[in-house]
Design a protein around this ligand. Structure first.
Ligand code: BG6
Length: 483
């Protein structure tokens, strides 16, 4: 699919000197520019409290792009791109604090052919989202503007509802773009293609043939200096409520009526409504917290020893949950999800385990079968899909081994998947909501995790392991595919 060149517009970034802007947004915009996927005429206006000149802002971002852009920085391309960058210092308080910005935007837009289309990207802590919306509304900048923000959307169901209510006071739902960066990943989008462009999977994508679905979001990394944030969030809020629910929806939803944003989002919400809230029973839920251990040969501290973490914290850094999807397609199929920090390896993957052959001819002759047929979708790293099945090992004796058919993005398409933010920023520019979350979707995802948000003492696990031992019981009679 060739991506469309967006109409001319102005991109305003709130929190322009922050981490998200430097690591992700500017490198993504620069790479879109290099691929000629930014509008012909555009401006990027950075807005933040820090006093700095436009030249200083450009210099600061050049260093970020050089460091974080997937294609590096080409000085000539950077010069051309940087000419579109602009900076203004300012805050969000008190009332009318954004008046100077509104005036400035009039000037900026006047210099853009057909100017006046605007995107406002809130690269700021979520507590500021409502305030920014209010300030934009005061200046009339909500009219025709788009507002973009990133999870977490609320802290629980009640606060998510309140946030949606506040945003809807100023913006219509179709002006709001809520980012879950997992949806920008090529491999996540490919789940839809795998399922709905190939005739061979649909007939077996159901309770008759699928015996278990595993969704694994494992990270080697710890909390990377984000102790304050993580103490409040924990794995349930940081990963399960959003990234995991999105993966779950893509893998199990019904085919949409059409390939457009509303049809897809309708199906996702319908699916999430079929997922009952997580039960607090031991056999459905394991929470863990890492203690010091060895990750890839390096001794790392335990969670409670991390900076800004309470030495008696009971925040979970690991969860494994057994979920159900109560509908005609999936009734009775366990959907097990697992996510954790400081696990043995970083990998996000979805594994569909299929039913055994109806009559086990070989078992009768005393042969061990290696396990179920698994379709494994590797979201990252080593993006691709593999299918494992049993084959006869060469030799005079009848022995059975498991083999893999493997598709790798990089080998098949001779390219590395683009950064999620490139795709997502581009989609906001062309006003495509497909990969963004709707208010009802977010609220339903909170309803599912709500019963287990309350903290309870977690099981300890060693950094560098696969989490508490008990997590193994959740996938029984299978094993975790990622191990
Ligand atoms: C973020 C979480 O949303 O996703 C982080 O806040 C996590 O804790 C990150 O590390 C994982 O994203 P990715 O793209 O590296 O899998």
């Amino acid at each position: 699919m060739t991506l469309k060149v967006p109409d001319n517009q102005t991109i305003v970034i709130f929190g322009a000197t922050g981490d998200l802007t430097g690591r992700k947004l500017l490198p993504a915009l620069y790479n879109l520019f290099v691929q000629s996927l930014l509008p012909q005429d555009f401006a990027v206006v950075g807005y933040s409290r820090t006093e700095m000149s436009t030249d200083e802002f450009r210099e600061h971002q050049a260093a970020n792009v050089a460091k974080y852009s997937r294609t590096g920085l080409d000085p000539e391309a950077w010069e051309r791109f940087a000419a579109h960058l602009d900076y203004m210092a300012g805050g969000f308080e008190p009332e009318a604090a954004m008046h100077p910005l509104a005036q400035h935007l009039e000037e900026v837009d006047a210099a853009i052919r057909g100017g006046g289309r605007r995107m406002f990207y809130c690269a700021v802590p979520p507590s500021l989202f409502p305030k920014i919306a209010t300030r934009l509304g005061e200046e009339g900048l909500n009219l025709g503007g788009r507002i973009v923000m990133e999870k977490p959307f609320g802290f629980d169901l009640a606060s998510a509802r309140e946030l949606n209510r506040q945003l809807h006071e100023v913006f219509d739902e179709n002006q709001i773009y809520r980012i879950d960066h997992y949806l920008g990943k090529e491999t996540v989008q490919n789940i839809l293609v795998l399922r709905f462009a190939n005739g061979m999977f649909e007939p077996i994508w159901n309770r008759r043939y699928v015996k278990q679905v595993q969704i694994d979001v494992a990270e080697e990394l710890g909390i990377e200096g984000r102790g304050k944030f993580y103490e409040e969030a924990g794995a349930m809020r940081d990963i399960v409520q959003n990234h995991v629910m999105q993966l779950l929806a893509f893998v199990t939803m019904e085919p949409p009526a059409r390939f457009d944003a509303e049809s897809i989002r309708d199906e996702k919400v319908k699916l999430l409504r079929s997922v009952p809230p997580v039960r607090r029973r031991e056999r459905d839920l394991v929470r863990g917290q890492y203690v010091a251990g060895v990750v890839r040969g390096v001794l790392v501290p335990g969670y409670r020893e991390e900076i800004d973490v309470d030495p008696e914290s009971i925040t979970e850094t690991f969860v494994a949950i057994r979920l159900r999807v109560e509908n005609w397609r999936w009734a009775g199929v366990p959907i097990v999800v697992r996510t954790g920090k400081r696990l043995a390896r970083s990998a996000t993957q979805i594994t569909i385990s299929f039913a055994a052959a109806p009559h086990l001819l070989f078992e009768e002759s005393g042969l061990d079968l290696p396990g179920p047929n698994n379709l494994c979708i590797r979201v990252q790293p080593n993006e691709g899909i593999s299918l494992s099945f049993d084959a006869k090992e060469p030799g005079p004796e009848m022995r059975i081994g498991q083999v893999q058919m493997d598709f790798e993005y990089e080998k098949s398409f001779m390219t590395k998947p683009a950064e999620a933010y490139e795709r997502l920023l581009h989609d906001v520019m062309v006003e495509d909501h497909t990969l963004f979350m709707r208010a009802d979707e977010i609220e339903r995802a909170w309803e599912i995790v709500e019963p287990v948000l309350e903290r309870l003492p977690p099981d300890p696990y060693f950094a560098g392991s696969w989490g508490p031992e008990r997590a193994k019981e959740l996938v029984s009679p299978y094993q975790w595919h990622l191990r």
